[in-house]
Design a protein around this ligand. Structure first.
Ligand SMILES: [Mg+2]
Length: 304
């Protein structure tokens, strides 16, 4: 395949540091070249719906990545539909909106779609107006309330676990008791870690890690709704109101964004501004539809 061959050629040439994500370094990569970037940009911008991952795509930590403001302005000016998609379930859309505002990005609360919202939509499709025991933060509670769910710590339909700092032995113990008595176990996402906000380069436990003790003790495997489950991508599609062929997902992770897009039948763009280098893509048995250096490639008309 053409993309596979081009990645191989580019990465067969040893480079000093293939995992260097600095902009100057990305701009010096031997590939993607200017002609490829122009063609990929044309095809991507032709889409009607955009599902955009956040960390590693629009920001890294507290730093906005280049080209993001211009790209969001272009989407708005051209009447495109877009959502910022995140596997984190702790923050509400309003909190995410405020974070982007602080970074200088003009967005709207309705532009955000979280794994908490996807989980609430999934639970509603399984059991409308059900009940849940939740180990999670406001983003998860709010999403479930918005779908007509009630909180119940006696005999809930579901035990739902998301990212949270309010985590204790008592809550794990109680969750195990409820699961052993028939509550179904749901994780908002299976990510084991998230980037640490306090210690650059380090990680903090995410929902996939927090739910593990409950799985181990109860002997029940959880069902995870977030990326790479194509359910979340399809759920985001229905929010956008676009068809699969008209939509593209832009992300920085092969194991969530690109795999999720592939399995949902949505074209994907891997950007190299996050956790995946061009070299890393060779260890995977599938490819993204397009590879770009960062969001800036979608707005930089020089193609350099
Ligand atoms: Mg990411």
């Amino acid at each position: 395949m053409e993309l596979q061959r081009r990645i191989k050629e580019a990465t067969d040439t040893p480079r000093e540091n293939q995992k260097d994500f600095r902009l100057e370094h990305l701009k010096q990569l031997p590939w993607p070249d200017a002609a490829y970037i122009r063609e990929a940009r044309r095809r991507v911008l032709d889409k009607e719906g955009f599902i955009i991952d956040m960390d590693g795509v629009i920001y890294r930590g507290d730093h906005l990545l280049p080209g993001v403001n211009e790209f969001v302005a272009w989407l708005t000016d051209h009447g495109k539909r877009f959502v910022f998609l995140t596997n984190s379930s702790d923050k509400t859309p309003d909190e995410l909106h405020r974070k982007l505002s602080r970074l200088g990005v003009v967005s709207h609360g309705s532009n955000f779609y979280t794994s908490a919202m996807a989980t609430a939509a999934f639970l509603t499709s399984q059991k409308p107006q059900g009940s849940a025991y939740v180990i999670g933060d406001p983003g998860l509670h709010q999403a479930l309330y918005a779908c007509g769910y009630v909180m119940n710590d006696v005999n809930p339909d579901y035990v739902v676990v998301g990212e949270t700092r309010n985590y204790s032995y008592e809550k794990i113990e109680h969750a195990v008791h409820l699961v052993l008595n028939g509550a179904k176990l749901i994780g908002t996402n299976c990510d084991k870690t998230d980037p640490s906000p306090a210690y650059p380069g380090e990680v903090i436990p995410a929902a996939g890690s927090l739910i593990t003790p409950i799985e181990k003790a109860s002997g029940v495997n959880a069902y995870f709704v977030g990326k790479p489950n194509p359910l979340m991508m399809r759920s985001a599609l229905s929010v956008l109101g676009t068809k699969r062929v008209e939509t593209v997902i832009i992300g920085d992770r092969m194991d969530t964004d690109i795999l999720g897009g592939l399995e949902a039948g949505i074209d994907s763009v891997l950007v190299l501004s996050g956790v995946t280098s061009l070299q890393d893509t060779r260890q995977w048995s599938f490819l993204p539809r397009f590879v770009l250096r960062g969001i800036f490639d979608l707005v930089d008309s020089s193609g350099s």
